[in-house]
Write a protein that binds this ligand. Structure first.
Ligand code: AMP
Ligand code: ZN
Length: 134
């Protein structure tokens, strides 16, 4: 499979690896949003979070918590964003599921997620529609 992150797992492509165990790998992002920005991946390929197995989801999430704590300490961060992009429309570029761990600093200038006002009725209808699909 022609996947950059699978190739990092097999060491065909170099990376600044910060953690490895049987199931999970973590390495620094090559184009960090902030200093210390890292990626945490299951070694087993799945395109995104929605198609990952529950076992990989649990393991990767547990390790992401560990990595986030270490990055906060190492960078003296004031906070940390943990996020995952699913699908090109959501900004996903590499289709091997990963968490972004992005340390945050007071007034670091990053302003993600603009919010919009919403109508109560519209929200209620939408909540029902989502519940139907669970
Ligand atoms: P996403 O947009 O969620 O798919 O994020 C992909 C991330 O992978 C981006 O933040 C890239 O900077 C990062 N990236 C791409 N290639 C490499 C690489 N070879 N080593 C480390 N990070 C990479
Ligand atoms: Zn892969």
């Amino acid at each position: 499979m022609d996947c950059i992150f699978c190739k990092i797992v097999t060491r065909e492509i170099p990376a600044d690896i910060i953690y490895e165990d049987d199931n999970t790998l973590a390495f620094l992002d090559i184009k960090p949003v902030n200093r210390g920005h890292a990626l945490v991946i299951p070694k087993k390929h799945s395109a995104d979070m929605l198609s990952a197995s529950d076992a990989d989801l649990i393991e990767t999430t547990k390790i992401t918590k560990k990595i986030a704590k270490a990055i906060v300490l190492a960078t003296s961060a004031a906070g940390v964003n943990v996020s995952t992009n699913n699908g090109a429309a959501a900004g996903q570029v590499i289709f091997h599921w990963h968490y972004h761990v992005i340390p945050r600093f007071t007034a670091d200038g990053l302003i993600p997620w603009p919010h919009h006002d919403s109508e109560t009725k519209t929200r209620q209808e939408l909540a029902e529609e989502i519940k139907k699909n669970l």
